[in-house]
Design a protein. Structure first.
Length: 211
């Protein structure tokens, strides 16, 4: 029977531990190209919090419960694909059943821990003030550790390349082509530039007429 004690906030278990716990869970249940990854991650947060872990050990078992649940559901979903052979579908169902047993084992271990009295939290160790000549430390991140874990799993959107940088790259490429073909550092006007769109189009048409 689960204790009625509420789960500790992330700060009580340590922001670093909380972030790593969620990062591991998210990495096990979603992939970068998963269209439902946001929904899966939100569901995982709800599932972990509903198990009400009070300590780091209970949080680790709760993470195993969530991961094995999602893995079992994925096996059953893949087994329902009519394009698979009966042999592959049966193996997927067996894998899902094995994962469900592992989930049950983790649940029972978690319930045994939560049936015990909540451990007394250790008294915080007072921090010593930094020396006066010490350089200022970088400010600690203020974002929630769960949000940081989500950001660590989801790849950032590619930033658009500035137009000025594109023009510089094109100019360097044109100069390299010109140097390769014996033009050196020659800067031609657009109407006489042999590498302009008009000049290349005319060259292509001339080659076609020779055939």
């Amino acid at each position: 029977m689960r204790s009625s004690t509420a789960a500790n906030p992330p700060s009580a278990l340590g922001d670093g531990f909380t972030e790593e716990l969620y990062r591991g869970v998210f990495g096990a249940i979603v992939s970068p190209d998963d269209e439902a990854r946001d929904c899966r991650m939100v569901a995982a947060v709800t599932e972990l919090q509903s198990l009400q872990p009070r300590t780091q050990l209970e949080s680790m078992l709760a993470g195993q419960v969530v991961v094995t649940h999602h893995a079992a559901m994925d096996c059953f979903r893949r087994a329902n694909n009519p394009a698979l052979s009966d042999d592959v579908a049966v193996r997927l169902c067996k894998a899902g059943a094995s994962l469900m047993r592992a989930m049950g084992d983790a649940m029972r271990s978690l319930e045994r821990l939560q049936a015990r009295p909540a451990p007394t939290p250790a008294a915080p160790v007072p921090e010593e003030p930094p020396p006066r000549d010490a350089p200022p430390e970088d400010p600690a991140p203020t974002s929630d550790p769960i949000e940081r874990a989500m950001a660590g799993v989801i790849p950032p959107e590619p930033q658009p390349v500035p137009e000025a940088l594109i023009r510089q790259r094109i100019a360097r490429a044109r100069q390299a082509i010109a140097a390769t073909n014996g033009f050196g550092d020659w800067e031609a006007e657009p109407e006489t530039d042999p590498f302009s769109v008009e000049a290349l189009t005319a060259t292509l048409r001339a080659n076609q007429m020779r055939r």
